[in-house]
Design a protein around this ligand. Structure first.
Ligand code: FAD
Length: 468
């Protein structure tokens, strides 16, 4: 039809992976069409993920910090929480970013088509737009369809008191009693927000630690601090039933020994993971293979089994993180434009933006142990960091993991305020092949939290010996 479009590169989905790929391909001279079902660009990360959650976490941090100052000689009045005002501010942060993306797309002459897209062949996608179906044809395509929250069959997800992360970000309402099912990054970030806003929060996690994936010693300071801010953290516990009653959600817990208890909650966040959207785009019509779980397999150049179709971001696998999607988006766009590129990043950092933050990168001790791999470590407790103490905090820890063969740094775990920013230095060190001496001999500004990386390397070298 007259509204039909052709792109040399067509990108399906406008999350961090998709918009990065679209912009990069356009910068490299390609005629690009970007397909997005929602009105705003930015995908999960900008609209209902990374950014709104960080705005709310900032509010939570201000609340807890002012509370804690009362022990240091300054007492603030109890905060008055206006959920509408806070939601409005969070939404304005999101709007500024998504609007910015719209401007960047225009500036690059990327054509945005709003509507749900499904493949109809190896070179075409049908998009259900408000003006009817548009056919978008392509020479090359980049699938960036992302992921969605996992729903559990025994949970009444249609009850408005049961929410996923998107619902939780709406703060509507801020309940008296909240249950967070899943003690991973998203669950713990939202638990932090609701606890600061006044909810009594219970987190329940099946594994024997919160933030499974991070080393236990790195997670412990967060666990300890949150034990005092939350009503309960239940480990090795399963939720086996949720009953929607008038007086609340009746939740049945089964602990490690098989004993059952029930409790009533006003709201429940189900944050048990995310599943890829690969199975919902008729990929088979283009010949693209999708796994049973909905992932699309790709090679080191982000190509699917169909050479002119690429895939990036959450839809290609773990870790489901925005910075991984962005990196893959650049690789796919550059390969599509004829450049010799491949995904060759050695490490992808993970961060929980809780309070304290927990960050890890590269090899963890748990992983090393599981693989029978010998590692050395240097650990610096923040109780000896002047900067940390002057923030009123002493629970942090910086741990560096070294290859015993050549002392190169191969991993790190950091817990403490701003750990997420600090982990970037170690990621760079790993990519550059830096060793303990490099990190130990680099002059870090004093007094900063970044010194803890420097000191952890010195602890390993044995040049700091009189600590504590
Ligand atoms: P998505 O962001 O999922 O975007 C996919 C886009 O494709 C969506 O806009 C969708 O509407 C569109 N789409 C899908 N199918 C179609 C179709 N058929 N037709 C048209 N459009 C379609 N990651 C971090 O790195 N740091 C964080 O702090 C962080 N915090 C998070 C907090 C929360 C609450 C959540 C839920 C996630 C968080 N994440 C975070 C994860 C991060 O949001 C994702 O890893 C990231 O958004 C993945 O990007 P993507 O490009 O693969 O896809």
């Amino acid at each position: 039809g007259s509204g039909d479009l052709h792109g040399e590169v067509v990108v399906l989905g406008s999350g961090p992976g998709g918009y990065t790929a679209a912009f990069r391909a356009a910068d490299l001279g390609k005629k690009v069409v970007l397909i997005e079902r929602y009105d705003t660009l930015g995908g999960v990360c900008l609209n209902v993920g990374c950014i709104p959650s960080k705005a709310l976490l900032h509010a939570a941090k201000v609340i807890t910090e002012t509370e804690e100052m009362s022990g240091h000689g300054i007492t603030f009045a109890k905060p008055e929480i206006d959920a509408d005002g806070l939601r409005g501010w969070k939404n304005s942060v999101v709007k500024q970013l998504t609007g910015g993306l719209g401007g960047l797309a225009k500036a690059r002459k990327v054509t945005v088509v709003n509507g749900y897209g499904n493949f109809t062949g190896a070179n075409s996608i049908a998009v259900e737009t408000e003006e009817g179906t548009k056919t978008v044809t392509f020479d090359q395509c980049i699938i960036a369809a992302g992921s969605k929250p996992v729903h559990l069959p025994f949970i009444p997800h249609d009850d408005p008191r049961v929410v996923d992360s998107t619902g939780a970000l709406e703060l509507d309402p801020i309940p008296a009693r909240m249950c967070v099912l899943g003690g991973g990054i998203i669950g713990f970030e939202m638990a932090t927000v609701y606890a600061a806003l006044g909810s009594e929060v219970t987190v329940v996690e099946m594994m024997d630690q919160i933030l499974p994936g991070a080393d236990k010693d790195i997670v412990k300071p967060l666990h300890k601090r949150m034990e005092s801010r939350l009503k309960d953290i239940k480990l090795k516990t399963k939720v086996t039933a949720v009953e929607a009653l008038d007086e609340g959600l009746k939740v049945t817990f089964e602990d490690g020994k098989g004993d059952e208890t029930t409790e009533i909650f006003d709201k429940m966040l189900v944050s048990v993971g995310r599943s890829p959207n690969g199975g919902k785009i008729d990929a088979d019509k283009a010949g693209v293979k999708v796994t049973d779980r909905g992932f699309i397999e790709v090679d080191h150049q982000q190509r699917t089994n169909v050479p002119h179709i690429f895939a990036i971001g959450d839809v290609v696998g773990q870790p489901m993180l925005a910075h991984k999607a962005v990196h893959e988006g650049k690789v796919a766009a550059e390969v599509a434009a004829g450049e010799k590129r491949a995904f060759d990043a050695q490490v992808i950092p993970s961060v929980a933006y809780t309070d304290p933050e927990v960050a890890w990168v590269g090899v963890t001790e748990t992983q090393a142990k599981a693989q029978g791999m010998k590692v050395h470590k240097g650990v610096f407790p923040w109780a000896a960091s002047g900067r940390s103490l002057s923030l009123g905090r002493s629970e942090g820890l910086t741990k560096l993991i070294f290859d015993p063969e050549d002392d190169r740094v191969i991993g790190a775990g950091i817990v403490g305020p701003n750990a997420g920013d600090l982990i970037a230095e170690v990621a760079l060190a790993i990519e550059m092949g830096a060793d303990a001496v490099d990190l130990g001999h680099t002059i870090h500004p004093h007094p900063t939290l970044s010194e803890t990386v420097n000191f952890a390397a010195e602890m390993f070298e044995g040049t700091i010996t009189d600590l504590m």
